[in-house]
Design a protein around this ligand. Structure first.
Ligand SMILES: Cc1cc2nc3c(=O)[nH]c(=O)nc-3n(C[C@H](O)[C@H](O)[C@H](O)COP(=O)(O)OP(=O)(O)OC[C@H]3O[C@@H](n4cnc5c(N)ncnc54)[C@H](O)[C@@H]3O)c2cc1C
Length: 450
């Protein structure tokens, strides 16, 4: 175990969440044509771009992505807990995009699906034959009054969700010596719904290792009516919370912060008149999230919630057959994780390739998502499940247990798998390993060990 002892300079933080980056575009502002345009060079966009870069000509594959850097976000939980630095999760965008593609470093401002055109904030017009939307979720720290102010100064407020703020978490934890440590889950869809509580368990473990646990009251305040969506893992997590004396408050939503008084205000979502003010020493905030505005304002492309309106099996747009979506911005009702994007990447590639050949999409996505629920610096419950919230476990044993092996997998094996396999188009999730590790007799799966 390596704990971070020194704090990093916040200037290392990351440039873009809402603002346009208009310079260093490899192409002039102009009109462009391509066969496939991928909007968003994050997890899902890069994985699919890598697959198409093997078959399309360079000029036919355009990626529109504003950021200078690409982050492996699943590491943010460990970084917030003091394991590793934000640099370990960062690569230059130019190094993760396929060489055989054109990168326009700009952001989509307007989608015009009827004309097969995307306009950018920097003035480019890009015409495409096929479009993949992979713009992820925007972090809306601005939606909670007082939060941006609290995140701009010392005082215990932190958030693992952005590379801009993730270093603040361990900074707050290192000086935590008493009072309330509060962890929140907002009243909106989020990426990695396990992450808001994973950091809570790391904080508990850190305090125990440093003999300060009895001085701190830990609260997990979630807007959800459950601790986790899949019952098997929820049961295991309730046990962890009970054993570690973590107070879980369901349907409890953070609505404002007064950082001068170090107070947070919560509403009870079942009884909105009831508001509670709680003092905090440490407050880890998971911000509300939404798809980027250029997308959610486009009613032609999105559902009522602002997500790209796709068929949940084929991931093809319901009204525009030449458009697909992948990852967090898609309406497919899976848990929004990089693991889900990996499984989707093969489906999108196969189905988009079929459509390019004038065929019907045949490949289907089952909703697979996984969430390594870190419950300490040496243990993890690896949750894996499908659209129906049924466990879809890779290993031939029941995965609702805290195991060091799953922690090792999360910390040491998943990052290289992401950088070297997934971003090069070679990782589509663990389905083949699952089939190998489970006996499939007469279509009925049986575990080797229970
Ligand atoms: C703290 C934390 C912990 C996590 N833990 C895990 C985990 O343990 N396991 C797991 O599987 N997943 C985890 N995730 C979730 C995972 O990182 C995301 O689900 C995944 O990155 C989604 O991929 P994406 O391509 O949809 O979006 P992203 O990877 O976020 O990429 C979206 C891209 O679109 C770009 N973009 C945005 N707007 C525009 C625009 N207008 N025009 C062009 N480009 C645009 C952005 O710059 C970005 O590069 C975690 C996330 C966080 C924050």
């Amino acid at each position: 175990m390596i704990y971070k002892l020194a704090f990093k300079n916040f200037k290392l933080a990351f440039p873009i969440l809402h603002t346009a980056k208009l310079s260093t575009t490899p192409l002039n502002r102009d009109k462009h044509n391509c066969k496939l345009l991928i909007v968003g060079g994050g997890t899902g966009g890069c994985a699919v771009a890598a697959k198409f870069a093997k078959s399309l000509n360079k000029k036919n594959l355009v990626i529109l992505e504003p950021s200078e850097h690409h982050y492996y976000q699943p590491l943010f939980t460990l970084i917030g807990g003091g394991v590793g630095s934000v640099e370990t999760a960062r690569r230059n965008e130019k190094d993760v995009l396929p060489k055989n593609s054109v990168w326009i470093q700009d952001q989509a401002a307007e989608f015009i699906p009827k004309a097969n055109v995307v306009h950018t904030t920097g003035g480019h017009t890009i015409e495409y034959d096929y479009l993949l939307i992979a713009v992820g979720l925007d972090l809306r720290y601005d939606k909670i009054p007082g939060l941006l102010d609290a995140l701009s100064r010392p005082g215990g407020v932190c958030s693992n969700y952005s590379p801009k703020y993730v270093d603040r978490t361990f900074e707050a934890l290192s000086v935590l010596d008493g009072g309330n440590a509060i962890f929140t889950f907002p009243n909106s869809p989020v990426k990695c719904p396990g992450a808001p509580q994973k950091i809570c368990y790391l904080v508990d473990h850190y305090l125990r290792l440093n003999k300060k646990r009895e001085k701190v009251n830990i609260m997990y305040n979630t807007s959800l009516p459950v601790i986790f969506g899949v019952k098997k893992y929820a049961d295991a997590l309730w046990k962890v919370c009970k054993e570690r004396d973590i107070n879980v408050n369901l349907r409890t939503n953070l609505i404002s912060i007064d950082s001068d008084k170090q107070q947070a205000m919560f509403e009870n979502l079942d009884k909105p008149d009831i508001k509670t003010i709680v003092e905090y020493s440490m407050l880890h905030v998971t911000p509300p999230m939404s798809t980027p505005e250029c997308l959610n304002q486009n009613k032609d492309l999105t559902n009522e919630a602002g997500f790209v309106d796709v068929d949940k099996s084929t991931l093809q747009h319901l009204r525009y057959p030449n458009i697909f979506a992948i990852g967090d911005c898609s309406s497919s009702p899976n848990s929004k994780t990089a693991a889900a994007a990996a499984a989707q990447s093969a489906v999108v590639y196969e189905n988009l390739s079929a459509v390019m050949k004038g065929q019907e999409p045949q490949n289907t996505y089952d909703g697979y998502a996984s969430c390594p629920l870190i419950t300490g610096y040496d243990k993890c419950i690896l949750a894996e499940f499908d659209y129906n919230l049924n466990p879809l476990e890779t290993f031939p044993f029941s995965q609702d247990r805290e195991l060091y092996s799953m922690y090792f997998l999360k910390k040491n094996l998943m990052p290289p798998l992401y950088w070297h396999l997934m971003l090069n188009g070679y990782w589509n999730g663990p389905a083949p390993f699952r089939k190998l590790m489970h006996l499939e007799l007469n279509g009925k799966k049986e575990k080797l060990i229970t």
